[in-house]
Design a protein around this ligand. Structure first.
Ligand code: SF4
Ligand code: SF4
Ligand code: SF4
Length: 212
């Protein structure tokens, strides 16, 4: 007799949203933004790069309001969404450095350029000791240097600089960063795993002291 396998309903994973919020550029402070946004989706229609996503019904108070997710698409700061917003929930900006979507953090241990820099130093040391580098070190070095985050940053040489003479190794300045997410977007592509550079979502949920 043929035994039929029991069928179970698909297991739904809980919705994992990163802590904090990343609104499109020029968004009012969170409580004012929620009061002003009429959930009309015009900012998304105006966003040619496709950077604006919308929260859904399951996100409670945030439902049908816009956000940016660098894991999907960073914001190019083209300034098309602000003028399209009919209520002033998004305010157009006159200078990119005025934008305050979020900040940035770099993990040097995951960065290809910083890895290449470390390996080159180890190889120099081995050479001075008269030893050959291992094959695994040679493989890692072939994936660096990178420097892609530096190339895409709209505030290049302010939010991201390069360490002089160090394999395009980036140095970030979180105070100068506007949180556009372009660096995280490209880093996810080149590292093909956990990105070395990430946007820090500094905006708090309305009525909350800590990031959402
Ligand atoms: S500034 Fe441009 S790229 Fe950024 S969210 Fe607005 S429309 Fe999209
Ligand atoms: S255009 Fe303005 S009011 Fe409309 S959904 Fe976007 S932020 Fe809200
Ligand atoms: S460091 Fe990254 S998030 Fe900050 S402005 Fe530059 S590209 Fe945008």
């Amino acid at each position: 007799m043929r035994i039929r396998k029991a069928r179970y309903p698909a297991v739904r994973r809980p919705y994992a949203r990163p802590p904090g919020l990343l609104r499109p550029p020029g968004a009012l402070p969170e409580e004012d933004f929620l009061a002003a946004c009429i959930r009309c989706y015009r900012c998304q229609d105006a966003c040619e790069p496709g950077a604006i996503q919308f929260f859904s019904e399951r996100d409670g108070l945030l439902f049908h309001t816009p956000y940016v997710d660098p894991a999907k698409k960073g914001c190019t700061l083209c300034n098309q969404c602000g003028p399209a917003c009919p209520t002033g929930a998004l305010v157009p900006f006159s200078d990119r450095s005025e934008v305050d979507m979020g900040s940035v953090a770099l993990r040097e241990d995951l960065c290809l350029s910083h890895k290449a820099k470390r390996i080159r130093r180890e190889q120099d040391l081995l050479a001075r000791l008269g030893q050959r580098p291992t094959s695994s070190q040679a493989v890692v070095e072939r994936r660096g240097p990178c420097g892609e985050c530096y190339m895409v940053c709209p505030l290049r040489n302010r939010a991201i600089k390069l360490e002089p003479g160090s394999f395009l190794a980036p140095i970030v300045d979180p105070r100068a960063c506007v949180g556009c997410g372009l660096c995280e977007e490209i880093c996810r592509t080149v590292v093909r795993g956990e990105p070395a550079i990430r946007v820090v979502r500094t905006r708090r949920m309305a009525g909350s002291e800590a990031p959402a």
